[in-house]
Design a protein. Structure first.
Length: 115
């Protein structure tokens, strides 16, 4: 099983980034996919999640209206579009796959918002 994140980097406040997660080794289309983040000295928190068919989507209050999540079950990918980035969004972002009794994590990608 592999979850490989990409797209992180350094961006100025107000800018945008698009994170992608490529999944392999499991039946991607039946898993709930999520993005979590962990800032230095803080606990890991859920940013956004999308159901297996992409019908149900949830966001943390702190990112509502700025972030969108999408998935492509044909390509086994999930993406997080982040707009209007703020310094508080600086964190390592992790891709997460979940179904009953199973979950997997990616290795994380760093997002730094700074001028």
């Amino acid at each position: 099983v592999q979850l490989v994140e990409s797209g992180g980097g350094l961006v100025q406040p107000g800018g945008s980034l698009r994170l992608s997660c490529a999944a392999s080794g499991f039946t991607f289309s039946i898993y709930v996919m999520s993005w979590y983040r962990q800032a230095p000295g803080k606990e890991r928190e859920l940013v956004a999640s999308i159901s297996s068919a992409g019908i149900s989507i949830n966001f943390a209050d702190s990112v509502k209206g700025r972030f969108t999540i999408s998935r492509d079950n044909a390509k086994n990918t999930v993406s997080l579009q982040m707009n209007s980035l703020q310094s508080e969004d600086t964190a390592v972002y992790y891709c997460h796959a979940r179904r009953v009794g199973e979950f997997y994590w990616g290795q994380g990608t760093q997002v730094t918002v700074s001028s």
